[in-house]
Ligand binder design. Structure first.
Ligand code: GH3
Ligand code: MG
Length: 542
């Protein structure tokens, strides 16, 4: 009876020849004309007829990893008892270089096979092969295009034997076919990876194009909405769940960063800013980032591989992995964008970082464009914004001859405030007054702007005399309620303002200047009248 696993036993040369060629044909059919994708599965099935015909217990493929050093490691393992593909041995991931392996490689260099059996093992061969149950082994080199590609070892763990010539021929052929199967599978994977990378890069280009179109065209959307639309487009590709944009400021010789925008996937997009991230000195929180980012380098790291302080910073930003991209505008370090993954510790791929760089520039652009309209010290609208918008308001209201009210505001005895408390305190006071005025007007079309040094202007479209007086009273009250100590103020013991208020029905004959001049006159009247008060007059039609 033929032993299923040792079919060669008891056969004469002719029968052996037939057995081996039948086995090789069966193997070829599976290995060469396979349609399944998984190389492990193909080898698992394909090697069975070979192993059965030659009576083998194990087949291992070693791949050369460094040709000069003759370094190689186990790449694939077939095991009869496991019934096919088996897990590789971690100890053989890098084959130890010993006298024995060096001797084997020198023999194989001219494409010769090595056949060994246990009773003839050298001491070193025994030390290496015996613990692995090898009784007999055939070691076959594989060359591809003249280069040493790897080694296939065929094991008999049951008995000592000499592999016959026909068997060696069959095993040599199967070694070649195994190598080519592995190479072909790799090529398919490489092509697939390249295709995926290409598809991804197409998607990225597409997203960036769309962001540019949204961001660079004129539109009236709020910054938060524009930004959220942009970040959404790249969040899926980069698999991020947080994006933070920070802007730098020099404050008395040290560089500070302030959060100006925050996006959070969990909260559905743009979210409130974090108070703790306003005017944070780099030196205090992330000293090693200042130089790095200023030099144009990005940071791409899971927090566990960052310095203690930087890891702490990521924790404060609420992320485990971050890409931090610096922004330079006209060679000045403007700020940075942080793209974070709150769930995984990982690295971002190079092409994702490239996409982030372009996106970051577009994001910063949104803020830079908006800054043109804002006053750097107080954060409220500036004179430029007032001039632009006042023209539009007059134009618009003149069509329906609607009411417009203007309030010109000036801080009382502010020169004395500076002289008493110093310029820095003066600046702080200006900020508080500006923010208080800004918070005191609530209708969407109303706005307040810093008109000059310590002068502010409030524009109230569709607002009549009664409404304007109400707002003027509210502003006087709210500023006084700030209770900012001002000992040199003759009008009160805290900071106060004086206001000139005028209201007119806008006609096509009106110019912005008519309103401003009238409000200014009335402001002067309030100063004359004792300050901390408003004066009102209607604006006549010219
Ligand atoms: P009045 O009640 O008549 O308005 O008196 P005043 O001292 O406020 O008026 P004046 O116009 O003489 O002085 C305005 C001062 O405002 C001059 C300057 O010291 C101060 N000032 C203007 N711009 C700034 C600024 O940006 N920061 C600071 N700290 N002070 C400013
Ligand atoms: Mg003043």
């Amino acid at each position: 009876m033929i032993n299923e696993n040792r079919q060669y036993e008891g056969l004469d040369t002719n029968e052996l020849c037939k057995l081996y060629s039948t086995a090789l044909n069966k193997a070829l059919e599976i290995l060469v004309s396979y349609t399944e994708r998984d190389v492990d599965e193909i080898l698992s099935h394909g090697l069975s007829p070979i192993a059965a015909a030659a009576g083998l217990d194990r087949i291992i493929v070693f791949r050369i990893t460094n040709r000069d050093a003759m370094a190689c490691g186990e790449e694939y393992r077939w095991d009869r008892i496991k019934g096919g593909t088996a897990p590789t041995d971690d100890d053989l991931k890098a084959l130890p270089i010993t006298q024995a392996t060096m001797r084997w490689f020198s023999i194989m260099a001219d494409n010769s096979c090595i056949s060994l059996k246990r009773s003839e093992f050298t001491e070193e061969e025994a030390a290496f092969l015996s613990p692995r149950d090898v009784m007999s082994i055939l070691i076959v080199p594989v060359f591809t295009e003249g280069n040493f590609w790897g080694v296939v070892t065929f094991h008999d763990n049951t008995k000592e034997r000499d592999f016959d010539e026909d068997c060696i021929t069959m095993l040599r052929s199967s070694a070649r076919i195994m190598a080519s199967t592995i190479i072909r599978a790799e090529k398919t994977t490489n092509v697939e990876q390249a295709m995926n990378a290409l598809k991804r890069s197409e998607k990225m280009k597409d997203a960036l194009n769309k962001i540019s179109i949204i961001f660079l065209s004129e539109h009236e959307d709020k910054i938060e909405d524009t930004m959220a639309a942009g970040v959404d487009m790249i969040a899926d590709m980069a698999k991020i769940n947080r994006m933070i944009l920070c802007r730098n400021h020099m404050i008395s010789d040290s560089l500070h960063a302030s959060e100006v925008y925050r996006w959070d996937k969990g909260s559905g997009g743009s979210t409130e800013l974090t108070k703790t991230f306003i005017d944070v000195p780099y030196a205090r929180i992330i000293p090693d980032w200042e130089g790095l980012l200023a030099d144009g380098n990005h940071i791409n790291s899971p927090s566990k591989l960052l310095s203690e302080k930087a890891a702490h910073a990521l924790k404060m930003f609420g992320v485990l992995t971050a890409a931090v991209i610096p922004i330079h505008i006209n060679n000045v370090f403007w700020g940075f964008a942080l793209f974070g993954d709150a769930e995984n510790e990982r690295y971002f791929e190079d092409d994702i970082i490239e996409m982030m760089r372009v996106a970051t520039f577009l994001f910063a652009n949104v803020f830079i464009r908006a800054e043109v309209d804002f006053d750097a010290l107080t954060g409220i609208h500036n004179r430029r914004f007032f001039d632009e918008n006042m023209k539009r308001v007059i134009n618009f209201l003149s069509r329906s001859e609607s009411a417009l009210s203007i309030l010109m505001i000036d801080i009382d005895f502010f020169k004395r405030y500076n002289d008493t408390y110093g310029h820095l305190e003066g600046d702080k006071c200006l900020k508080i007054v500006a923010q208080t005025l800004s918070r005191s007007i609530t209708r969407t079309n109303d706005f307040v702007a810093r008109y000059g040094g310590e002068e502010f202007i409030v524009v109230l479209p569709h607002t009549d005399e009664e409404g304007a007086k109400l707002i003027a009273d509210r502003l006087l009250g709210n500023i006084q309620n700030c209770n900012l100590k001002h000992e040199q103020n003759d009008a009160a013991d805290c900071v106060t303002i004086s206001i000139g208020v005028t209201t007119g029905m806008v006609t096509y004959k009106h110019k912005a200047d008519d309103f401003v001049r009238k409000a200014d006159e009335l402001l002067y009247k309030s100063k004359q009248g004792g300050r901390n008060m408003y004066s009102f007059e209607l604006l006549e039609t010219p």
